[in-house]
Design a protein around this ligand. Structure first.
Ligand code: ADP
Ligand code: MG
Length: 235
């Protein structure tokens, strides 16, 4: 069976520096995969490559079997690939509703085609508010709504939980589960294991730009090499 997204030996260098040393992973239709690893291990760079911000130095990316390596963000978006940003960059002078209206849904179908994205994330009550007046948690939800407005089939979620309160985290975890249940495939970058276990069953662990573990979250947190990489000590 062909996976929805197949990443083969993707590398990315910045000058002399190797940010991704050859990452292979696949995401099945409707699967939620966690992407974890210490700061600087290449998680955001991988998302940047897979969402068309950077072209990989090496390797291939296939979407439904089609080679999409190096396609620009807007082309990938039109094919159903979108992402949230670790640091959201909404147009702060515009309202919440205006930020969403700017997203070209491309009129693609997709599992979230019928979704009122502001209602889904719980921001309808602030739709007329300027983004600059939102809390940081609300700005994160807006970024999720913005990404969903493009009706992705694959969504990369980069530390959406960072800085949220426990109740906001539960809300975001429930939203991601609801998306997965609709058939949206997710790649979720998150440090908070309690959050991840609510959303994903499978994780890829990166260290220094290379995968060091792939399997269940439960097995990952018990793996001596993973523990060593995270805590800097041998288990
Ligand atoms: P993570 O998201 O896992 O914390 P990143 O993917 O953001 O890590 O970064 C991985 C490494 O690549 C870091 O050392 C970072 O400094 C470097 N890096 C990321 N983007 C660039 C860039 N545009 N130019 C140079 N180095 C970069
Ligand atoms: Mg990052």
């Amino acid at each position: 069976m062909t996976a929805l997204l197949e990443v083969h030996d993707v590398a990315k260098t910045f000058g002399e520096f190797t940010a991704l040393a050859g990452v292979s992973m696949s995401v099945e239709e409707g699967q939620a995969v966690g992407l974890v690893g210490p700061n600087g291990s290449g998680k955001t760079t991988l998302i940047n490559v897979l969402s068309g911000v950077y072209k990989p130095t090496r390797g291939t990316v296939r979407l439904r079997g089609r080679d999409v390596t190096g396609l620009a963000s807007h082309r990938l978006c039109a094919l159903g690939v979108n992402r949230t940003f670790q640091v959201p960059r909404p147009l702060a002078g515009l309202t919440v509703a205006e930020n969403i209206a700017l997203v070209k849904a491309g009129r693609r179908a997709g599992a979230t085609a019928d979704l009122d994205v502001l209602d889904f994330v719980g921001l309808t009550h602030v739709a007329a508010r300027r983004v600059s007046a939102l809390t940081s948690g609300e700005q994160k939800l807006l970024d999720l709504a913005r990404a969903l407005a493009a009706r992705p089939d694959v969504l990369f979620v980069d530390e959406l939980g960072a800085g949220l309160s426990p109740s906001e985290l539960d809300h975001v975890a429930a939203l991601l589960r609801a998306l997965r249940d609709r058939g949206v495939s997710l790649v979720v970058v998150e440090h908070l294991m309690g959050f991840l276990e609510q959303v994903v069953d499978h994780v890829v662990v990166l260290n220094a730009g290379a995968p060091i573990f792939e399997g269940s979250l439960r097995a990952a947190v018990a793996d001596p090499h993973v523990i060593e990489v995270f805590l800097g000590v041998r288990a």
